[in-house]
Ligand binder design. Structure first.
Ligand SMILES: *Cc1c(COP(=O)(O)O)cnc(C)c1O
Length: 505
């Protein structure tokens, strides 16, 4: 040890290692940790006895208004707080009755993988380390699943919102030339335009906005009766934009739209993009992994021809949040779109700074968590056949629900069931008001939690069946509870009408 010469740094005060944040008593930590682990296993095992979701009491919300703690408190005490104030008030997407939006259920294996990854605290932005090989392994597996070439690059990101944005950025740079990364797009007169169906997820417009191209430059093309992009309308829009001096550059097909689970004709889109020399992107956020289900995979024909593909392991793949992925056919283009020189990130042939190129060369993030581990472990432990079987079963449950709705005169199916999403409503005099109330009643009942959407201007109840724990019992509960709340609404409104009539009369 050299003597301390800095007046500001008193090294004499540096004691032995007990001043780290590690415990002094590992045995008691171990004991506490096992309690925490058991609590989470109990939670997952007994989920069905809990409400899917429950309204949060003001008093519970107020517990999160305290000032920042300066003094320590015990882990045991903090864990009690978690069990009492946090765990019961989550959104409930782990619960089999959750069918709102498109969200995965997670698994005990995924949960344990998160613990292992956090223990390593791997930062997989770069450097020569096996955690990056795990990510490359998943990328190779995905190349196989989607029949992408050896040249394809794969990268974990937060979710498909980020993956779709990355695809827009690569396609933009390819269209304008990579020098535009320095010159920017502000002065460019080429006016890039992109295309997707009206059922496209909102994140693509946001991606166009963030890429500096403007959300208006995303043209929303009409769909057919099954929610698929109208190919003639698309060709016409491209021709009109060309005639008006714009530069079409990007078409996004969707494999599984959020509102009704529609799959665009991906092979036809691939042909069109080839003909028109446009970047062919597929937003397969939740639907792409249907590739793992032999009965559904043929419906994704053409996905193997995409220039880029965005999808999530955290939806149908059941990997805990978050685990989005972007697969790019020509990995070199992705690298050119995101690589940037920095002296502190120099690479070497050997040593810890080896292993170039690094994940940080393929996307906006430098520091990155080890998302690959929970995905690798999920695929390894369950196998793709089991994940595919879950995906397939959710679609069969959707068909079952559709049959029950068709057999119930008070209910009305509002869209064809393409995959795992069922849109329906309760027949009532004022269907929007009635069904809006029914959705809230269902959620507040804690029994099942669907969400809603608007189709052709009509408010519908939307049940997205994504969770591996969901079974026929939840489909039956959804139908029965919808009828119960619908009838209650009808009798209440007819009472109101009678009352209004008697007041008026
Ligand atoms: C969920 C979803 C997205 C957004 O993905 P995130 O992982 O939530 O960012 C985009 N497109 C579709 C079709 C989706 O289902």
């Amino acid at each position: 040890m050299t003597a301390d010469t800095s007046p500001h740094c008193n090294t004499a005060a540096l004691g032995p290692a007990q001043e780290s944040l590690d415990p002094e008593d590992w045995q008691s930590l171990r004991h506490q940790a096992h309690t925490m682990l058991d609590d989470m296993f109990d939670y997952l095992r007994d989920l069905r006895q809990r409400p899917v979701w429950q309204p949060i009491p003001d008093e519970v919300r107020a517990r999160f208004q305290s000032t920042i703690p300066v003094e320590p408190s015990s882990l045991a005490q903090a864990h009690v707080e978690f069990m009492e104030s946090i765990l019961p008030f989550a959104a409930g997407n782990a619960h089999p009755g959750f069918m709102g939006w498109v969200q995965g259920g997670g698994t005990p294996v995924g949960m344990l993988a998160e613990m292992l990854a956090a223990g390593l605290n791997a930062n997989v932005g770069g450097r020569d380390q096996i955690p990056i090989e795990v990510e490359r392994q998943v990328a190779r597996w995905m190349r196989e699943v989607f029949s992408f070439p050896e040249t394809a690059a794969g990268l974990f990101v937060t979710g498909s919102s980020m993956a779709n944005f990355i695809a827009v950025v690569i396609a933009r740079d390819v269209a304008l030339g990579f020098e535009s990364r320095r010159s920017g797009v502000a002065g460019d007169t080429r006016r890039l335009t992109a295309y997707a169906s009206q059922g496209v997820h909102g994140c693509l417009a946001k991606g166009m906005d963030m890429a500096g191209l403007g959300s208006d430059a995303l043209r929303l093309i009409a769909t057919d009766g099954r929610g698929r992009i109208d190919l003639d309308a698309l060709a016409l829009a491209i021709a009109e934009d060309r005639a008006a001096g714009c530069t079409p550059f990007f078409v996004a097909g969707t494999a599984g739209t959020v509102d009704m689970g529609a799959i665009d004709d991906l092979a036809a889109l691939a042909d069109l993009c080839q003909r028109e020399k446009l970047w062919f992107h597929v937003d397969g956020a939740y639907g792409a992994l249907a590739m793992l289900a032999p009965d559904l995979a043929p419906r994704l024909r053409g996905i193997e021809r995409a220039d880029s593909l965005a999808f999530d392991f955290h939806k149908w793949g059941q990997v805990p949040y978050d685990a989005g992925f972007i697969l790019v056919r020509d990995g070199a283009l992705q690298q050119q779109a995101f690589t940037s020189p920095a002296v502190y990130l120099q690479r070497e042939g050997r040593g810890l700074a080896g292993g170039s190129p690094w994940p940080c060369d393929f996307g906006p993030d430098l520091s990155r968590g080890f998302r690959a581990l929970k995905t690798w472990l999920t695929l390894k432990v369950y196998g793709t056949a089991a994940i595919g079987a879950v995906i397939s079963r959710t679609c069969r449950l959707a068909q079952y629900l559709g049959k029950r709705i068709a057999a119930t005169p008070e209910l009305e199916l509002m869209a064809p069931i393409e995959l795992n999403i069922v849109c329906f409503r309760y027949r009532a005099e004022n269907p929007e008001r009635a069904n809006r109330q029914i959705v809230i009643d269902l959620q507040e009942s804690g029994a099942v939690a669907p969400s809603s959407t608007i189709l052709d201007g009509r408010f519908v109840i939307r049940a997205a069946i994504v969770n591996h724990r969901t079974s026929q019992a939840e489909m039956d509960t959804l139908v029965e509870k919808t009828l119960e709340f619908g009838r209650r609404w009808n009798s209440r409104t007819s009472l109101d009408t009678q009352r209004a009539d008697s007041i008026g009369g």
